[in-house]
Design a protein around this ligand. Structure first.
Ligand code: JBK
Length: 266
């Protein structure tokens, strides 16, 4: 996969040289290049922003430097079968998710456009449709100063799904969100730490019981912390043990969906 990131703070993306993603780049599994938007300006001051039409606070990123930068990275990937995907991190985008990470991991080329200030002149996104599949994407409903931190998160989530990047592929299936539930709690030695014991079932050697306990903990945690995940959880083909665990937590399976037992029948 080829990834291009355009930013006015290229140094912000330095962590992509570390750890798993840095190794993937060294191993040639991921071709990642960071570009300075200011290198695509033509004026003396290398200006990338201006005041917003219609008034209001803050500044807007100018169209022409973005068009020059994006045309440059699109040309670099040219001749490939698929149009590159242009991801624009923005609180006004569709929500990023593990499902979207899987989808984007299939692409040949991703381009990330990091906006700062109040955002990028909207005409850039319209123009970019000629060269890219354009996807405004949001990490979440909170305010950041720009897209760079969102790019770090998305590149990590996508990059680790590329073949060969994560050494043990089992690590890819057992994790939070891959099955729509939160992960179970984990423990390591010592078995008693500052008077706190590891749940005894984990020391029992009974692998069936351990699996059942972990599954129950997944449901318990998800019900406690992320009940929204259980609303859309596909409970259609759950084994009996799972249904029993859910029943103990006050959830029944009705038409393949989970329903809390206090729900009034309609
Ligand atoms: C936010 O991806 N985001 O979530 C994002 C990108 C740029 C600015 C922002 O405020 N939330």
């Amino acid at each position: 996969m080829r990834i291009d990131v355009v930013s006015i703070f290229p140094e912000y993306l330095a962590p992509l040289e570390l750890s798993l993603i840095g190794k993937a780049r060294q191993d040639g599994l991921l071709h990642l290049n960071v570009h300075d938007l200011r290198d695509f300006t033509t004026d003396k001051h290398r200006s990338v922003d201006d005041t917003p039409y219609g008034g209001g606070a803050g500044m807007v990123m100018k169209a022409e430097p973005w068009a020059q930068a994006l045309a440059s990275v699109a040309a670099a990937g040219e001749g490939k079968a698929a149009r590159p995907v242009l991801i624009v991190p923005s609180p006004a985008g569709e929500r990023f998710s593990q499902a979207l990470a899987y989808e984007l991991a299939e692409e040949e080329q991703l381009v990330f456009a990091c906006g700062r200030y109040e955002g990028i002149d909207e005409r850039v996104l319209e123009w970019a449709e000629e060269h890219f599949s354009v996807r405004p994407v949001s990490l979440g409903d909170y305010v950041l100063n720009g897209g760079e931190v969102a790019v770090l998160a998305m590149v990590e989530a996508i990059g680790r799904l590329l073949p060969g990047v994560v050494g043990n592929p089992d690590s890819l299936v057992e994790e939070s969100h891959s099955d729509g539930l939160l992960e179970y709690p984990v423990y390591t030695k010592p078995s008693v730490w500052r008077g706190r014991e590891v749940p005894p079932v984990l020391l029992s050697g009974n692998h069936g019981k351990i699996a059942q306990w972990r599954r129950h903990e997944q449901f318990r945690r998800t019900a406690e912390r992320r009940p929204d995940l259980l609303e859309t959880f596909d409970a259609g083909k759950l084994p009996r043990a799972d249904r029993t665990a859910l029943a103990e937590l006050g959830y029944d399976v009705v038409d393949g969906q989970l329903r809390t037992r206090t729900d009034a029948p309609d």
